[in-house]
Design a protein around this ligand. Structure first.
Ligand code: NI
Ligand code: MN
Length: 230
């Protein structure tokens, strides 16, 4: 297995680096927790879970400059292409190999309109990804509520590490995310999509305590800008 470096860019944005650099949900501009500017990011691949501005983020600008491949659900890919930047659409349940990194698109319980220039475009359905990189299986849940088929994601893809939202209001809160961990059974969980803004303020220590009291999964609380190695 190869080493994978994982850096939190705040909110749901992460950079995974092995042979290829994968940027997911690059909401950098306007993200008060972002440790860098979008111009500092040079990924090989960008993956977008859904159309909301705090996930689509700087995808078009970074994609255009870096000339990287972009993966998202069909409708979001069409929107990106309408802006003159190439993107590749896929859909739920399928796996797409992008230069040796695999993306399996999963369910997410949420919405996905694209809000741009005062108009709302159809962003299709929201999704999550199981990413196969450097021999590791990583689950990024996107924005989602808890759902029973998270158990199936755990059984099929056996993610070592799961990135789960805990901010509530728009996604799972702590209570629901603790249940999600029980269903997915990863070795490690990293909470995301909390405390970026006041409306999603959460104490990740409370989540860590609740998860670690229940089972063997370890919770690692990252700081924006911090890098972990898997
Ligand atoms: Ni969202
Ligand atoms: Mn969001």
């Amino acid at each position: 297995m190869e080493k994978v470096k994982m850096t939190w860019l705040g909110h749901s944005a992460f950079l995974f680096e092995a042979e290829k650099k994968v940027l997911i949900d690059p909401f950098i501009t306007g993200n008060p927790k972002a440790p860098c500017g979008p111009e500092e990011l040079n990924p090989d691949i960008i993956a977008v879970t859904h159309g909301h501005a705090d996930h689509l983020g700087d995808t078009i600008e970074i994609g255009e400059r870096a000339g990287c491949r972009i993966v998202s659900i069909h409708e979001v890919a069409n929107y990106i292409k309408s802006k003159g930047v190439f993107a590749e659409g896929m859909n739920k349940g399928g796996t797409f190999d992008v230069d040796g990194v695999t993306f399996t698109m999963t369910e997410a319980l949420h919405s996905s309109s694209i809000d741009a220039s005062g108009f709302s475009f159809d962003g299709g359905c929201p999704a999550g990804f199981v990413i196969g990189i450097g021999g590791h299986s990583i689950y990024h849940a996107g924005d989602t509520g808890v759902f029973g088929d998270m158990r199936l994601i755990g059984e099929l893809y056996e993610p070592e590490i799961a990135f789960l939202p805990i901010g509530s209001k728009f996604t799972m809160g702590i209570k629901e995310a603790v249940k999600a961990v029980e269903l997915i059974k990863p070795k490690i969980v990293i909470p995301m999509h909390y405390s970026t803004f006041d409306v999603i303020e959460q104490d990740p220590e409370e989540f860590k305590k609740a998860v670690e009291e229940k089972g063997d999964t370890k919770v690692i609380i990252m700081k924006p800008g911090e890098t972990l190695e898997l």
